[in-house]
Design a protein around this ligand. Structure first.
Ligand code: NAP
Length: 297
């Protein structure tokens, strides 16, 4: 096929619901910024239809996709996962490799790259992290922290059994703890990470005293609506270094773009400002800021 006839590559984010996803804004910004002819769309796909959809990506003109709630486990099962997706037990990025559907989990590198950018050297001599939550995002964070050789991850979760399951999955460095043990754990923590939905708009706050953390601790929150969660606000009021959920979202998008469109993009202040502005818009306008995409709904 001649270059002139080649169809521009397209990718999408598959979710149910998917209207809230900022991924189209991010990827279409990069496509435009790098002058790449391509497209990135939203695809609202019900759980019962996911397998058929994932199996027909090429027929639909897609070179790959992001996968969000509730399809990440199904995406793993239906693809050839890399070590990272397998270790986390969920896939959020799919791509076609000579007809083979492959997958990875970019939340791991998104979390780590964001911390590297916001708090350079954060992992130097870090002996203990405290992590709230034991869901899918917590598995990605735990995998990332262990890859950086963090000695101990104390996990506090509403459902204690899920924290124990994390220990079984990742080994003795993961230590489930009860809420009553939190004060002691925080006193010895160089990093606090919230991977729960607490602090998210319309959700209760994560009720804890950041004053219990050492003065050089770093606080990371995966929640990005609102951008500055009550946890981050409290940490900043104490002059602690912080890493927010939007930074992670931007950094996790890098690998998918590189896989689908052939160029490793940069997370810049301009991109961040674009998404921040979208997050600040009233809900009705915010998710339609990228109406240029040919989303099928
Ligand atoms: P998930 O698998 O459903 O896990 C949710 C976690 O939140 C569980 O630990 C759950 O505890 C806890 N939780 C929910 N409601 C709670 C409540 N009322 N009180 C106490 N704990 C509660 O979800 P996920 O995929 O891990 O996502 C978690 C958060 O991370 C979401 O806010 C998501 O948007 C965010 N996230 C952000 C990024 C990013 O790029 N910034 C990437 C991935 C995820 P139980 O186990 O007791 O139910």
């Amino acid at each position: 096929m001649s270059g002139a006839n080649r169809v521009a590559p397209a990718a999408c984010v598959i979710g149910w619901p998917v209207a809230h996803s900022r991924s189209p804004l991010i990827h279409n910004y990069w496509l435009k910024h790098y002058g790449i002819s391509g497209d990135y769309r939203r695809e609202a796909v019900m759980p019962k239809d996911f397998a058929a959809f994932a199996g027909s990506l090429a027929a639909r003109g897609y070179v790959g996709a992001n996968v969000t709630v509730p399809h990440k486990e199904a995406a793993l099962a239906l693809s050839e996962p890399d070590d990272r997706a397998r270790a986390v037990g969920a896939a959020n990025t799919l791509w076609l490799d000579h007809g083979v559907l492959r997958s990875t989990n970019t939340d791991v590198e998104g979390f780590l790259a964001n911390l590297d950018a916001c708090a350079p050297g954060w992992d130097r001599n870090l002996k203990q992290a405290v992590m709230f939550g034991a869901g899918g995002a917590a598995r990605a964070v735990a995998h990332g922290l262990l890859a950086r050789c963090i000695g101990r991850i104390v996990v506090v979760n509403r459902t204690f059994e899920r924290a124990e399951a994390l220990r079984q999955m990742f080994g003795a460095a993961v230590q489930p703890a009860r809420w009553e043990e939190l004060a002691a754990a925080l006193a010895g923590a160089g990093l606090l990470v919230n991977t729960t939905t607490l602090g998210m708009e319309k959700q209760p706050d994560l009720d804890l005293d950041v004053g219990l953390l050492p003065a050089d601790a770093i606080v990371a929150d995966l929640v990005y609506v609102p951008l500055v969660t009550p946890l981050l606000k409290a940490a900043r009021a104490r002059d602690l270094r912080t890493a927010d959920g939007l930074g992670m979202l931007l950094h996790q998008a890098v690998r998918g773009f590189a896989l689908w469109f052939g160029r490793t993009p940069e997370v810049t202040g301009e991109l961040r400002a674009l998404i921040e502005a979208d997050l600040a818009r009233p809900p009705d306008n915010s998710v339609r800021a990228d109406t240029g995409s040919r989303a099928k709904r």
